[in-house]
Design a protein around this ligand. Structure first.
Ligand SMILES: C[S@@+](CC[C@H](N)C(=O)[O-])C[C@H]1O[C@@H](n2cnc3c(N)ncnc32)[C@H](O)[C@@H]1O
Length: 191
């Protein structure tokens, strides 16, 4: 039998989790609230590995166009129902895709947000998707998290200094917060 592509195993695993969890809270991640309050320049938002995202709902309620991408069609289904219930369907585009294959358009987004997911190549593509002055907000597990969660692959965890150390020249770091097991970055691209 052919081995499952990694994106497909992520899809099945996350579908099962979302099916078991029931109705999501749709609470925006605190990093999304902070990023939106900077505020980013006018323009669209990209929410990567969005899940049933409160961040997408918050940004759209603020009048922004949002592209929300996830490999789990269950997560996108839950989010889609809530998007329509809140009357935000004109502003939100749901993209069912594996981030290891999907690439965003370059220099397009005013805010790129990703919480709860890490991949270095995806990070590079996210940086390239920002327009001048755009805001990048990212949170992921650090390698320290593997002490408590030994099953976490190292490739899914931020190495010391990441992701700020991966930013190209011209990016301003607004904040790095490290809780030990997770690290978040808020950064602004050169205007
Ligand atoms: C920890 S959840 C985070 C969800 C949301 N961003 C949040 O902060 O609540 C990780 C999300 O990444 C998605 N994901 C995992 N692997 C992916 C991949 N290869 N491509 C796209 N999405 C992926 C999962 O479906 C899941 O919704």
């Amino acid at each position: 039998m052919e081995p499952e592509p990694s994106g497909d195993s992520d899809r099945l695993r996350w579908n099962t989790r979302y099916e078991r969890r029931g109705t999501p809270s749709f609470t925006a991640h605190p990093l999304a609230s902070r990023a939106l309050s900077i505020p980013p320049p006018d323009g669209p938002v990209l929410d990567l590995a969005c899940g049933p995202s409160g961040a997408t709902l918050l940004a759209a309620a603020d009048g922004r166009e949002v592209t929300a991408v996830d490999v789990s069609e269950v997560a996108l289904g839950l989010l889609g129902v809530e998007v329509r219930r809140r009357g935000l369907a004109d502003l939100v585009t749901l993209v069912h895709a594996d981030l290891l294959e999907w690439r965003p358009p370059r220099s397009r987004f005013s805010l790129v947000l990703c919480t709860g997911y890490w991949d270095r190549v995806v990070f590079g593509a996210a940086v390239g998707a920002l327009r001048p002055g755009g805001v990048l907000a990212w949170e992921a597990f650090t390698t320290d998290a593997r002490r408590e969660r030994p099953h976490l692959p190292a490739a899914w965890c931020l190495a010391p200094g990441e992701p700020a150390s991966l930013l190209p020249a011209g990016f301003r770091v607004v904040d790095v917060t490290d809780s030990g097991v997770k690290r978040s970055l808020l950064s602004v691209a050169a205007g």
